[in-house]
Design a protein around this ligand. Structure first.
Ligand code: 0X9
Ligand code: ZN
Length: 314
């Protein structure tokens, strides 16, 4: 592979260059789409992986990462998933037989870059706010479903969970919205990769009540958590984000379920590492991504089983 995922963290430009190299290596199986631009005009790229059988309109699994800039292990894990599905296809053909995977390794491109060059623990975007003293919006409070509620986000630009002036006033959340809506009819599973804390957080974030298909989502989370427990003794908690962590208003998984009609939406908080939790040592990457892959694989298989269609059983 052109990128040693286990050996380093990579910049946004390096990740884009890697994504762009994939269609040449896998002409039948990898497709890169340019879905939009960040505020600072970085190209936001999205990779589609298929098994190359030419069947159109399969159900879709969508994974995004680095909505929060400093959570570097998340894009690294997205790259590891890409390599499992492309380079290690023989072991993972079951995941692509009836599903296409859509992967966006870096949502918050400007913030991610800023966390490499200027400020390691930057979280938000880099678009100025109405307040000249404060730059950046929390993308995971900027989605247009139950946006701006009092106890799940902040209207104050100095806050780390600043919601923006309006829902979707950030180009990066617009791109994720557009993907969710574009694949809406066939999007069975949306997984948003974050760090840290070993959680599988389900909607809702904005209220203590539960969404209609909460039981199915719990079944998927349970499959993931148990697979990780058996494989490595890794311990994940799972349940509604509101109950397990804290209230969030305008997060992407609430939008996925509330508006885009996605069946299963999960925020995966990967394990902590390093000094601050967000900065695992390079030597720790392999343990985290291999363990996490066991969980994602199990969740995907559970989704595939749970939402099996007539066409697939024939
Ligand atoms: O606060 C967030 O956006 C996520 N946690 S993080 O530490 N990565 O910032 C959690 C989002 C989903 N959680 C809830 N719905 N509570
Ligand atoms: Zn996060």
């Amino acid at each position: 592979p052109l990128i040693d995922v286990l050996g380093a963290f990579y910049t946004h430009a390096e990740i884009n260059e890697y994504l762009d190299s994939l269609p040449q290596r896998y002409p039948q199986r990898a497709l890169v789409k340019h879905f939009g631009w960040s505020y600072e005009r970085r190209p936001l790229k999205v990779l589609t992986i298929t098994n190359g059988d030419g069947r159109a309109n399969k159900p879709v699994i969508f994974i995004d990462a680095a909505m929060h800039a400093r959570e570097w292990i998340a894009p690294s894990f997205a790259l590891y998933i890409i390599q499992q599905l492309l380079d290690n296809y023989a072991e993972n053909a079951d995941l692509l037989k009836d599903y296409d995977w859509v992967i966006m390794p870096v949502v918050n491109a400007d913030g991610y870059e800023f966390s490499h060059t200027d400020s390691r623990y930057w979280r938000k975007t880099r678009k100025p706010t109405w307040d000249p003293e404060n730059i950046g919006t929390d993308l995971n409070r900027n989605f247009g479903y139950m946006w701006g509620l009092e106890d799940g986000a902040s209207p104050d630009p100095s806050n780390e969970t600043y919601q923006g002036e309006h829902a979707f006033d950030q180009p990066e959340s617009q791109v994720v919205r557009d993907i969710l809506l574009h694949y809406s009819d066939r999007l069975t599973f949306y997984l948003s990769l974050h760090s840290y804390g070993n959680y599988l957080l389900l909607p809702w974030g904005h209220t203590s009540s539960l969404p209609p298909n909460f039981d199915e989502m719990m079944q998927v989370a349970d499959a993931g958590a148990m697979a990780i427990l058996y494989a490595t003794n890794g311990i994940y908690s799972y349940g509604s984000g509101y109950h397990l962590m804290y209230a969030t208003s305008g997060d992407s998984t609430d939008y996925a379920v509330g508006v885009a009609n996605v069946s299963v939406a999960i925020t995966m908080e990967l394990p902590a590492g390093g000094f601050m939790g967000f900065d695992p040592w390079v030597s720790h990457i392999e343990d985290i991504v291999t363990e996490s892959w066991v969980g994602v694989r199990a969740m995907a298989l559970e989704v595939i089983k749970l939402y099996q269609t007539e066409a697939q059983t024939n």
